[in-house]
Design a binder for this molecule. Sequence first.
Ligand SMILES: [Fe+2]
Ligand SMILES: [Fe+2]
Length: 567
Amino acid sequence: MKKFFIVISLVLISLFTFNTNVSAATDKVAYVTTSIGEDGQRQMLVNYHAYEEGTVVEYTVLSDTSYANKVTVTPTSYSWSYKSPSYSAFRDGLVCKATLDDLTPDTEYRYRIRTASGATSNEYFFKTAPERGTFTFAFLTDSQAGATQYNIFNTLVGKAKELRPDTAFVFHTGDVTDRGGQPEQWNGFYNQATNLSLMPIASTPGNHEYYLTDEAVNISAEVYNQFFNNPQNGPESTLNSSYYFTYGNALFVMLDTVKTSNVNDLKDWFVDVVSNNMRRVIIVGMHIGPFTGGGSYGSSGRSVFNTWAPIFDKFNVDLVLSGHEHNFAPSKAIYQGEVAEKGYGTNYIVGPASGTKTGGFNRDFIFSNNKPLSEFFLNDEVGTLNLNFSRAGILIRVGANDTKLEVFNAEKILYDYSIPTRRPKSFFEIEKDNFMKKIKVEHDEEEGTAKIVWGEDAYGNVKTVKITNGPAVTETFISTPLFVERSIGKVYDGNVYRIQVEVTFTDDTVEEKELVLNLSGEDIEDPEKPEKPKPQPAGCQMGSGVASIIGLVTGLAGVVFVLKRKR
Ligand SMILES: [Fe+2]
Ligand SMILES: [Fe+2]
C-alpha cells in the first residue's frame, strides 16, 4: 500500500510540475538545474538559461504552496553562446547562477523562476541535509545516449525515489551527454530527465562533456560549466568541475580527472580540503576512476589508482565512485595496494551506466602489486553474467553504523551489500598536555626498527602528527582512530636518534616535543654537547639539523627519553 501511494505521489508531482504547461515562462527559461552548495545543510545552488533580462529565483518551504513567505534571489548572469565546428549553435542567452543561502537544515523546499513580466516557470524541489543521521542518494553515471534516450536515466531517477523516498540527490560521475558540444544532446537530456526537478544533482564532466566536436578529443568543460552551478571551491584550473560539499556526516569531494594536466594542483587541493573538513564518512567522485572492471579501460584505471590511492589511503577515504567503464565493478576495501585488514582502506565502485552503453570485464587483469583484479573484486560474482548490470544505478544510504549499497534498475533492486562506517560517532575531548606526555618512541630490538606511538584518543582532537628524524619527515593525518603510530624505519646500535614530533590539533594549535632514542650504549650526560654522530646507513642519516635540534632539547619541558639498550 505504501508503495502504491509513493507511485501515485510521483505521478501527481509529475502531472503538476512537468507535463502541465502552467507557466508562460517556459520559453524564457530553460535548463534549470539544482546543485548542492558547499554546506548542504544551508546552501543550494541553481543554474538556468534565460532569454530575457530580469529573471529571479523565488523559493519557500515545501508546505508554502502559494509562495506567501517566499524569498527572492537575483542571480548573477552573463551572455553565453557557443558554436562547435561540428554541430549547430547553442541558443544565445543569459546563463544565470543563483545561491540560496541561510536555509534550514533537514527541510524540504520548492522554488521557481519568475520573469520580469511576472510569468513563472515549473517548480523544482530539494531537501537540505540533516545535521547528522541517515540520508540516501542515488549514484548514477554515464547517462550519455543519443538525443532521444535520456528516458533511461529519467526512469532510474524516478525509480530511486520510489524505492527509497528519502533519496536526497543524484550523484553523477560524468558522461552526462555523449557529445558536450552538441545542443541537441543537452536538449534531449533536459527535456527527458524531468525527474531531476525532484532533487539536486551533484555532477562532474566526463570525457564526453569535454568532446566539443564529433572527434573523440578532450577540449574543455566550457559547455558543461554553463549547465551546472557547482560550489566554486575547487582549484582554479578545474573550478566548477572539481569541488566539495558536506551533507550530514559525510564529506563529498568531486574530482575532475578528465583534465589531467593539473593533477598535482588537484592532489594538493584534495589534501587541503579533507584536512580541514573531516567527517565520519568521506566519499569521492571522479569520472575516470581508480578502479576498473579490467576491460578496455583496465590500464587507465590502474594508472589513476597509482596516482590517487596513496592519497585516499592517507585519509582512509570510505568510498570512491567512478564511471566511464559502463560496468558494475565493486571492490573489497583496499589499503596500500592490497586487500585491507578490517577497518582500513577504501571501497571502490565503478558504477553501471545509467544510459545505453555497456562495458567489459577481465578478472585476470593485473591491477596492483602484481595481483589480478579477481583478488580485489568484492566477490567471485563480479565480472560474471550474474553481476554484469547496465541501465542501472546504485542507491547509497549513509547510516550511523554502515553504508548500504543497493544496485537497482527500472524494475527492482538487483543486488545489495554494506560497508561498515569506520569512524566513531563521537569522541572525548582531550587535555593537550596529557596527549603530548603519552607520545613516545618504541624500539623493537629484534626487528631493529623503531616507531613513534601516540594515544588512541588522537582522532577528533588531532589533525596531524609530523615526525622529523634527521632528513626524514613524515606527516600522519589522523583520519581514523586506527592511526596511532608511525614507523621511523630501521635503527642501528651505536646511534643516538633525536626525533622531533609536531602535533597540530583540530583547533590549529601546535605543540612540539622531542624524543630521544639512545642506542649508543653510553649515557648522554650533556644533551647540549653530544658526541659526534657516528656513521649511519642510508635512509637514517642524521642531517645537518642535528646540532640545532639538540639545542632545542634542553629548552623543551617534558622531554621523554626512551632508552632500550642492547647489552
Ligand atoms: Fe561513458
Ligand atoms: Fe567516459
